[in-house]
Design a protein around this ligand. Structure first.
Ligand code: DX5
Ligand code: ZN
Length: 215
């Protein structure tokens, strides 16, 4: 019931396919961080990379995290490129309700992400449309940051508001210690980037994360 979503943001992009292949059978989802240099102060990758990966990895679940301004302009192209789950930021658009409706009409899973300072109660009006909520546990933009402990309370609040139906995903600074804290607060999906892709032993690291979740 707990899911690991591996973020390629800190993978070696020169050999991206091989890096993913190395862990493919051990992960539940591939987390794709799209950054536009506007909503966040970093630029990562976008549609061509996701579309190419989709052709190469036909059965992996693609969890696309849009850290872009105006997701209402681009969401559909990210669905067409092969996203199974599409998550965008509430702070980035006045049209969250509409985007969620449209993603679901397309038969894909829809989610909203919240920056650390954004009040979780803002989810109340859209909660029936949500398959997933992504609670940022670092300031979005970069991998390799430290987990923000005050976000544990926010995860608990999200669980109180959303009940058990909605998947709560945490993203940023997840390692074998923080994964246990986030799980205890009510998270069900865990994004892990540098802990896996900066490790000498990626498969071993995933197994350590799974062991931690099983404790
Ligand atoms: C940060 C991204 C995260 C990031 C997580 O803005 O949304 O998905 O890649 O990386 P780690 O696990 O290194 O914090
Ligand atoms: Zn992310």
């Amino acid at each position: 019931m707990y899911k690991l979503s591996a973020s390629i943001l800190n993978a070696n992009f020169a050999r991206l396919g091989d890096e993913i292949r190395e862990v493919e059978d051990l992960i539940d989802e591939l987390h794709l961080d799209v950054m536009d240099g506007h909503y966040v102060d970093n630029i990562s990758f976008g549609l061509p990379v996701i579309g190419t990966l989709r052709k190469e990895f036909s059965s992996l679940v693609f969890d696309t995290h849009l850290m872009i301004s105006h997701p209402e302009r681009y969401w559909e192209e990210f669905i067409e490129a092969g996203s199974d789950i599409l998550v965008f930021h509430l702070e980035a658009t006045p049209k969250a309700f509409l985007i969620l409706q449209r993603i679901k009409e397309k038969g894909r899973l829809a989610g909203i992400s919240l920056n650390p300072a954004t009040d979780v109660r803002l989810l109340e009006p859209v909660k029936d449309l949500l398959d997933r909520v992504l609670i940022m546990t670092v300031e979005p933009g970069f991998g390799g940051q430290r987990f923000l402990t005050p976000m544990l309370r926010k995860i608990e609040q999200a669980r109180e508001i959303l009940g058990d139906r909605v998947d709560i995903e945490v993203d940023g600074g997840i390692n074998p210690t923080t994964i246990v804290e986030a799980r205890s607060a009510g998270a069900t999906t865990f994004v892990v980037g540098s802990s896996i892709f900066q490790s000498e032993d990626k498969r071993g690291e995933i197994l350590r994360l799974r062991e931690a979740l099983a404790t």
